[in-house]
Design a protein around this ligand. Sequence first.
Ligand code: NAP
Ligand code: G4F
Length: 346
Amino acid sequence: MTRKVALVTGVTGQDGSYLAEFLVEKGYQVHAIARRTSSFSRDRIDGLRDRARENGQTFELHYGDLSDSTSLNSIVATTRPDELYNLAAQSHVGISFQQPEYTTDVVATGVLRLLECVRSMGLDTRFYQASTSELYGAGIEVPQSETTPFHPLSPYGVSKLYAFWISKNYRDGYGMHVTNGILFNHESPRRGENFVTRKTTLELARIRQGREAPLRLGNLNARRDWGYAKDYVEAMWLMLQQDTPDDYVIATGETHTVREFVARAAEVAGFELEWSGEGPQEKAHDRKSGRLIVEIDPAYFRPSDVELLCGDGSKAKRTLGWEPKVKFNELVEILMKSDLAALGLD
Ligand code: NAP
Ligand code: G4F
């Protein structure tokens, strides 16, 4: 039996690393694109090639960049993937305000470059585009589903809007098998350290260890629908197993404020937070020790922020048979316990 070939972009990131592992275990020949960086950023996929080889499986890395068509053309032509998962992005919403042009090049035009590779080579590749709940932005309707109008509020969100529509355009116009997964926030111990969940658990673990406090955060009132990244990569794969390409919301259907995330993580870390003040003056002290644990740093406020995300994943449940296994409380525990354990704490 010939093995299916998958090509994954963004493999050194949170989702790409879980997805590559998942596909290797499913028996795919997995090829992945990593960009050149001046210091190596491969911790999340360390050892995957050796593990795959030991089990007679394939995991191969190629140098490429979403801003560079030449590399993308060459990799797509060589690997001729059955399934292509485009996860690469400048994925930090806050930073997209500081690097709007670069974000647009990678997050918007980058997708067009990849789609054009597949189209111009006449391949039958099934294409997954990493779309996002940031598309909903101003929150015209709650919960948000596949039919909720989009109103992005950041250069990242606007770039993902182009990526969503160009993907749909290649599906409708050229009959290509292109699917958008509209994923709500999903986290894990592999989450980048400057996203609010991981920043919180990492800093709380350091504070527990006796290192410098406090944790400095921006908007605590924003609400997010947080799921577990390992669950969500399975949904990506299920989407490409459907004969007909489509768009799917992947979410838990629960929404919590950043403040609730921080309070729950602090509880797991052994603190009991007492909140005081409002707006930029808001603070949280540990009730037992009186220690200042959280304060507001306006540097983390965004020019415009998405205030409320809560997804309706009923289409994914109906069509893909997919449901989240991990919900909020367990997710916070997974992250907090992992960062405590990394410092030898429990
Ligand atoms: P992540 O951890 O930030 O990973 C992003 C990946 O993209 C990294 O491998 C990064 O490589 C790579 N990349 C960045 N710029 C690139 C370029 N110019 N060329 C090639 N590769 C580049 O993101 P994630 O959380 O795994 O998210 C995966 C995808 O899903 C992203 O497209 C994100 O926008 C989208 N998404 C994420 C969420 C979420 O909650 N996690 C929700 C909805 C959608 P380096 O390691 O070299 O930086
Ligand atoms: O963790 P965040 O940076 O994630 P955000 O902006 O929701 O974006 C993530 O999820 C999107 C899906 O909805 C993805 F498309 C995107 O790629 C990324 O993975 O921020 C969450 C909330 C925001 O409201 C932010 O203003 O937390 C607030 N926040 C408060 N203090 C903070 C901080 N965010 C960060 N990163 N750092 C803070 O100190």
